[in-house]
Design a binder for this molecule. Structure first.
Ligand code: SF4
Length: 478
């Protein structure tokens, strides 16, 4: 079986929920263990980098406060940014949603009679499914981030926002490059593969006249924007192209240039444990004879801003620290989230776009809170996930079986005598008719041993053992 076939099996079942897609990922136990350990290793690198800065917590607090200000004054900062960017010579477009964003990008390409372009990493364009849209309109898009190019060659979406092909092993990439780029069979040396990718991409950079980039930070004060990469591919594309299109989500604004240092110090350390991203490139004025377009995209963000409980999710700087620490993400893989931005933050953002389609995602969490602890902008991620669960149940998007189970549980737990009777009945059933719980219809039983049923309830045990010295007597009755 080829790598492409192997990996595309992970994507089977479009329309399937997180649990079903995770089960597919979990079929390859070795991959799951390795994926888990690799991401945990990155989490540890992040911890080390954070602990090396005594003012780390102060930085997080400052970043969070700056973003609070941005979210409270977003429209003003956006207008200020637009005015400054226009003064700098950029052409600014506004897109209400993904459809409009894609149309604007296509119209710019068509104005220049081009059919080919290079694109550096932009999760916004993934969210808008820009590549697919352009492809159906006859435009060839070459992703130039190495990880993104690998998944593009394999016809897959990225599985992680910072490390798009983290689920691929180097041997598999060697085989993919052999099939797609004609490298010698069996060569999986990372240095050799990176060199092959560099040669392959160099030709694309030199021949494409349009380059698309994302935007990490946009400064309202100056109208400039910053793109962070470790490979320099955004710079290479934008500097060689006649037309630079920067696709920017509206929450990427920061008020002043002096605020940038706060975010740049947090971003790379939180993402990979590096002190700073290798290239933090500022774009302000277009080069002479170059056109610079900035497309400002809402796509549901104004709605999220209006949701009191979830507006803070717009502070996200896409570092992926919450992915790397999440025990569910690490063992279920990015594709199981069936949305462009996976992981804990994706599970908050996606239901805002479509509650029905993404109703499963806020439940794909242990609510352990590790995500909130590592978030550099202090988003209360696990609390928002918990809140989404309540909203989704209230709005009728929880499965009927879950609703019935929870209602029965509420009735049972609110009546001591009913609880006692139910406990006895369940202990007897599990002991004598164990197939009732130990069967494949029980999701817990699929991957776990069910615990042995205790001989007595805690209540019975307590009544027998209540005479501890110094302990208050057990309450009478129940
Ligand atoms: S929610 Fe926080 S930790 Fe997660 S990607 Fe965004 S900024 Fe990073």
């Amino acid at each position: 079986m080829s790598n492409q076939t192997k990996h595309s099996t992970l994507l089977q079942g479009a329309g399937a929920d997180h649990a079903t897609l995770s089960e597919q990922f979990n079929k390859d136990e070795a991959r799951v263990n390795w994926h888990d350990e690799t991401l945990w290793w990155i989490r540890l690198k992040r911890d080390k980098a954070a602990h090396n800065i005594p003012e780390w917590e102060q930085l997080r607090e400052t970043a969070s406060q700056i973003k609070n200000n941005v979210l409270s004054n977003l429209s003003e900062y956006l207008v200020q940014f637009e005015e400054q960017a226009k003064r700098n010579g950029a052409i600014v477009h506004w897109a209400a949603d993904a459809k409009e964003h894609n149309k604007i990008v296509l119209s710019i390409i068509k104005q220049h009679n081009e059919t080919r372009l290079v694109k550096s990493k932009s999760m916004l364009t993934e969210e808008c499914h820009l590549n697919e849209y352009l492809k159906t309109n006859g435009i060839e898009v070459i992703d130039t981030d190495l990880g993104e190019r690998i998944v593009q060659l394999a016809d897959e979406p990225p599985s992680h926002i910072v490390l798009p092909c983290i689920h691929w092993k180097k041997e598999e990439i060697g085989e993919l490059f052999h099939q797609q780029l004609g490298t010698p069979e069996g060569n999986a040396d990372p240095q050799f593969l990176a060199h092959a990718a560099r040669l392959h991409l160099r030709e694309k950079f030199l021949t494409r006249k349009i380059a698309i980039t994302g935007v990490n930070f946009a400064i309202a004060e100056t109208g400039e924007f910053v793109v962070c990469t470790n490979e320099g591919n955004a710079d290479m594309g934008a500097h060689l192209a006649d037309v630079h299109i920067a696709c920017m989500a509206i929450e990427k604004i920061i008020p002043e240039r002096k605020h940038l240092g706060v975010f740049l110090r947090l971003l790379a350390r939180s993402a990979t444990g590096q002190p700073v991203t290798t290239y933090s490139s500022h774009f302000k004025n277009p080069r002479s004879h170059q056109e610079l377009h900035i497309v400002l995209v809402d796509n549901g963000r104004s709605t999220q801003l209006g949701r009191e409980d979830f507006r803070n999710s717009l502070k996200c700087i896409r570092c992926a620290a919450c992915f790397n620490t999440c025990p569910v993400y690490r063992r279920s893989g990015g594709h199981s989230y069936h949305t462009a931005i996976a992981g804990p933050i994706g599970s908050i953002l996606a239901p805002n776009l479509d509650m029905k389609q993404y109703a499963d995602l806020p439940f794909a969490s242990t609510l352990c809170g590790s995500c909130s602890n590592v978030c550099p902008v202090k988003i209360d991620i696990h609390q928002q996930l918990y809140k989404w669960r309540q909203v989704l149940v209230q709005q009728g998007y929880a499965p009927a079986s879950k609703k019935i189970a929870m209602k029965s549980m509420a009735v049972t737990l609110s009546s001591p005598s009913l609880y006692k009777t139910a406990g006895k009945a369940v202990r007897w059933l599990v002991k004598h008719l164990s197939f009732i719980t130990n069967n494949k219809l029980n999701p817990w039983y699929k991957q776990r041993e069910m615990p042995e049923v205790p001989k007595q309830s805690f209540n019975e045990w307590y009544k027998k053992n209540k005479k501890f010295p110094g302990q208050p007597p057990a309450p009478k009755g129940e």
